[in-house]
Design a binder for this molecule. Sequence first.
Ligand code: NAP
Ligand code: SF4
Length: 667
Amino acid sequence: MYPNLLKPLDLGFTQLRNRVLMGSMHTGLEEHKEGLGKLAAFYEERAKGGVGLIVTGGFSPNFRGRLHPFSAEFSKTKHAKAHKVVTEAVHRQGGKIALQLLHAGRYAMHPFSQSASSIKAPIAKFAPSEMSNRQINNTISAFANSAALAKEAGYDGVEVMGSEGYLLNQFICKRTNMRYDEWGGSYENRIRFPLEVVKAIRKAAGEEFIIIFRLSMLDLVEEGSTFDEVIMLAKELEKAGVTIINTGIGWHEARIPTIATQVPRSAFTWVTEKVRPHVSVPIITCNRINTPEEAEKILASGQADMVSMARPFLADPHFVIKAEQNQSQMINTCIGCNQACLDNVFKGKRAGCLVNPLACRETELVIKPAETKKNIAVVGAGPAGLSCATTLAERGHNVDLFERNDRIGGQFRLAMQIPGKEEFRETIRYFANRIDETGVKLHLDTEANYDLLAEYDEVVMASGVEPRKVKIEGIDTPEKVVDYQTLIRDKTYTGNKVAIVGAGGIGVDVATMLTEPSGHNLDDWLHEWGIDKEIAHPGGLFPYPDSMSEKTVWVLQRRKGRVGKGPGKTTGWIHKRTLEKRGVNLLGGVSYDKIDEQGLHISVDEKAQLLDADTVVICAGQESVRPFENQWHLLGDKLHIIGGADYAGELDAVRAIKQGVELAAKL
Ligand code: NAP
Ligand code: SF4
C-alpha cells in the first residue's frame, strides 16, 4: 500500500527500517525534573509505533547556546549517562534515535546570547554579542564534544540544526553576518562555520554515526540565501561528511506561515525536490505532511528520500504501524492547529496534543481496562463526547452515545468548513471509525431526556454549546442578521458588505471564510504570501501585492486594543495578517447602537458611525446547552458534565477532548 514509505533506507553502516523521520520537536519534558524518564516513555511509544528514525528536541552544545536560561544542554558526561534511559527505550523497540544539537545564537532569550554579528533579532529580547574567533572555535569544539557524548549515550546520530534562523543559519546569511574576517563576507566564508562544525563532529564521532544537517533551503526573510548558495552549501556539506540532509523552511522571524493548518499540505516539498538532484546523500522533506498517502505520493514522485513529520507523532504514536497494517483510516491525524503543542511550548508549558491528550503524558494518563464493566450514557457527539465515549468503550464499558443532530462532530463540523481548517474533517473521520472499532452504540437524531438516562450506571453530559444571543436594537431581523452557526452550517447568503459582531476566533474565521478567493490552489497560496517558487530572489521572497477582497467586511469588538488576532499564540498573527491582506476592517472599542435597513449603527469613542452592511453576522461567543437541566439533580453522583456544557467561556477543543479522556480513564 505504501511501498516507498515503508522501504528501508540503507545508510551503508546502518539501515533505517522505513522512510519516516519523526522530526525534532521540543516537548518541554527536556527541562522537566523527571523529564528524561517521561521522554523515554514518549519516544518508546513512537518507536513501538514503527517510526524509522526519531530526532529529539534541541539540546544546546554549550551554555550560551541555550534558547532560554534554563533550557536543556548536552555537554557533559553526566548528560550522556542520564540520556541512556532514552536511547535504551527506543532501541528496545527496534527504533533509532538522533540527538538534535541546537545553538540558538541571537534567538536566545537571555543576555548571554551570541551571534555572527551583534544584530538583535526582531523576535528576541536581547542583542547578541559578536563571537570572537576564539569563541567560534570553542563552539565548534562544543558541537564535536556533544556529538561524541551523544554516541556514548547510545544515540545513533545527531541532527545539526542549521536552519530556522538559529546560530549556524545566522552565520550563513548576509542578513545577520556583517563580519569581515574569515567567518564573514563572501559566501565561502559565511558557510565556513557550519562546515567546520560538521567536520569536527565527523572526526569526534567516527564514520559509523548518522549526521543529519538541517539546511535552510528557503529562508523566507530578506537577505536570506539564494538558490545557488543553498546548492553550494548542500554540496559542501556532503563533502564535509553529512549522512543525510534535512529541509528547513523559514526563519522563526519570517512573517510567512510554514506549518500552521492554513498552509496547504506538502506546501514546500517542491523546495526539497529542487535541491535533491544536486547531492547524492539522502534528503528529507517536511512541513505539513500528515498522512501516509501524502508521504507516499511525495516519495513516489521522487521529491525526497525520506519524509519528516513531527506533530503527527504527537497526534498518533502508531502512525507507521497503522500504515503498515493498511489501517490509515484509524490514524488520529494531526490537524496542524498548534493549539496544544507549539502554543504550549511558546508559553513555556509542556507540549500536548489537541486530538491526543495522552501525548507527553504517557506515564501519567494511562488507559487501562475497566475493573467493573458499567452501562454508560454519553450525551452529545461533539469533541468532548466523542473522546469520552470511545475511551470508555475501549476500556470495556457498554456505551450509548446520544446525539440530537443527524451526524457527529459538533463544533468541529463548523470548523472544517472554514478555509484553511479543512483538517478538522480528519478528526471527525477518526472518531467515526473509533466508534465502530470500540463498539460504542451511536444514536443519532436522539434528544436525551431524564427518562432515557435514569437507568444508566453513569451519565456523561457533553451537550455542547450554542451561539450566544446578544441584545442590540433591531437584532431580530432575520433577513439582515444571522448567527455564525447558521451562516456556516446552512451557507446562508450574505451581501457584499458584512459586519461581524465579535472578533474572537470565530469572528476571525468567518471573516476569512467570507473573503476567501474562489478556487484557491497551492500556487495561489504561495502567491498570496509572496513566496517565489523560482527562488530567484534571496530568501525566496517576492513582493506580490496584497489581494484585496471584493467584499467589504468589518470585524468588531467592544474591547479596545488589538483586533483580529484570535486566540492562538503561534497562529494569531497569521489570522490578522490574512485579514489585513484582504482589506478587512478591524475595529475595537465599538458600542453597538442599533441595526436597521441602513445597516449597523455603532459608536467609537462616542462618535456615531453607520456601517452600511447588508448582513450582520453575530460571532459573540457561546452559551452552554443543558437539556432538562431542572432534572439533573435526580441523577446524583452518576452525572458528569464535560466540554462546553460544563463551561462555555473560552470554549476550547483542547480542554473538551482532554476532559473527555480524563473522565473516561477513571470511570
Ligand atoms: P470568543 O473568543 O469568546 O469571542 C467572542 C467575541 O464576541 C469577542 O470578540 C467578544 O468581544 C464578543 N462578545 C462577547 N459577548 C458579547 C456580547 N454580549 N455582545 C457583543 N459582542 C460580544 O468566542 P468565539 O469567537 O466564539 O470562539 C470560541 C472559542 O473557540 C475560542 O475561545 C477558541 O478557544 C475557539 N476557537 C479557536 C480558534 C483558533 O484558531 N485557535 C478559532 C475559532 C475558535 P467584546 O466582548 O470585546 O465585544
Ligand atoms: Fe497537531 Fe494540533 Fe496536536 Fe499540535 S495540537 S500535534 S498541531 S493536532
